[in-house]
Design a protein around this ligand. Sequence first.
Ligand code: BEZ
Ligand code: FE
Length: 304
Amino acid sequence: MAGGPREGRSLSLVRPKEISETVLASFQSCEDDRLRELIQALARHLHAFVMEARITEHEWEQAIRVLTETGQITDERRQEFVLWSDAMGVSMLVDALAHPKPAGATESTVRGPFWVPDSPRREYGESIIEQDSGTPTWFYGRVLDTAGQPIAGAELDVWQNGEDRLYAVQDPEAPEEHLRGRFLTRDDGSYGFLGVRPTPYPIPDDGPVGRMLRATGRHPWRPAHIHMIVSASGYEPLTTHVFDARSAYLDSDAVFAVKRSLLRDFVPRSPEDPDRPAAVSGEWYSVENDLVLVAAGGADRPRI
Ligand code: BEZ
Ligand code: FE
């Protein structure tokens, strides 16, 4: 008699170990190998967590309340689940597994919640500044392959914050396309655009993740950076940052996303400098940043 008491599981699960083993066994007939592996590993680690920390009924109720609030605060503009993943270092862990880089390739880091699809296409040298937002900065460099050959026609999708700490998507007053844009590299792999020197900023901390940070004595700050997604046909897309090498919080980023190889100097330049971009009248900075992509298919990729 299928499912009957004799052939099914024990009807009196009392010992913790027995409960965990029974739950694991309940997934054994899952026909999708990967799904079975994932759900069993999840159940195993969840049960081990409850056992190791001796979770009380009250604590488990609180955990469920936090998850509920995470869902309630999440909408098109706010993704609190991703923020949990970032603040717990899981985003960087998944990224490290997905993108082991061969020596010399530009390292990846988190995308974060402020990327907006379909940024405006802009010409080489164009400014992404649509309202005053800090000291103008000329970002330039080349997109190369791991053999040092230029990649023409690579797309750089860039976005950043300004001196008020906000990304345009966070600021209803800002022009929608402010401080973001998509650029193509020229035949020699070069790109260049005018942005501003970014500022450190706190990740959104008015929700459950912020409460967790305060309760555990952590701060919400990220060091100053700009974001880039670089893509080119025949290469793995790269999601990365350029960090200001002089920023505060480099050694305590709230989302664990700093990599030494991504730090760059913002070189102070004067208004008299003959290289001054036409749109600049006062002090400015320049930042050189070459980007090295890995060929698609992982031929030059190390295993970890
Ligand atoms: C960001 O850099 O935009 C970001 C990344 C993770 C969490 C919050 C913000
Ligand atoms: Fe950011």
